[in-house]
Design a protein around this ligand. Sequence first.
Ligand code: HSE
Length: 291
Amino acid sequence: MVTVRAPATSANLGSGFDVFGVALSHPADIITVEKAPETTIDVTGAGSEYIPEDPDKNTVGAVAEELDAPAHIQIDKGVRPASGLGSSAASAAGAAVALNELYDRGHSREELVPIAAEGEAVVSGEAHDDNVAPAIMGGFTIATDSGVTKVDAEIPLVACLPEIVVSTRDARRVVPEGTSVTHMVETVGNAATLTTGMHRDDPELVGEGMYDSVVTPARAKLIDGYDEVREAAFEAGATGVTISGAGPTVIAACTAPAQRDVGLAMIDAFESHGANARVYQTKIGHGARIF
Ligand code: HSE
């Protein structure tokens, strides 16, 4: 039997749409695998009632298939589905790391990324590496067709999850099909600033680089109160604010002393728009860990 803790993640970070991601120190899924003649799945925990246990429909079933590693897989969800916090990626990443160990497949962490991404495709319709890469490798990751680059950083983050559901499929439908050279130049500058900020562990530079004027404004329309929550977070001391993944979680970078105020301000702003919200005071953390 192998048990793995697989972290929540936040993809995009504004300027790095479908490329940037960070592992969060919490919340996390706990995945336990045991060899079995065929794959069976049990799901408990946050939002488990919405997650299919049929291996053909669950993200971890596809991972077991990819690794030719049938198992009984127990998933204890700490990451709510449809939250923008990489819920399906956490389960896929945890299963990939656990089954690789259980069956002694010998894949490196980087090799497990596309395998876990195939699992993600079962629920999102497309294989994205930007959540599974940090869930497996930890830190800040840059996932491109050439592979994954990782930077270890310890930026404090506040993730505010309202009781709103936004599906990744819906959020991808509103992404603009093209953009102007002006926006492209701005995005390249912001992405480079953010990456430099990660190397320097500098929340100001990371926050500055999170600004995005292409995808985020289109998706903000799906999150009632987004502009007010963003404004409230900045007023409370955030250095950068954007949508986490496909939403509805809103994620803020800040310094550690500002974390509490930023979290409270974001909750208040969502509540004034009629949505209860919870906050994770977190930071960039490790990838999936075998117990
Ligand atoms: N980069 C993806 C998106 C993450 O924002 O749609 C969610 O799978």
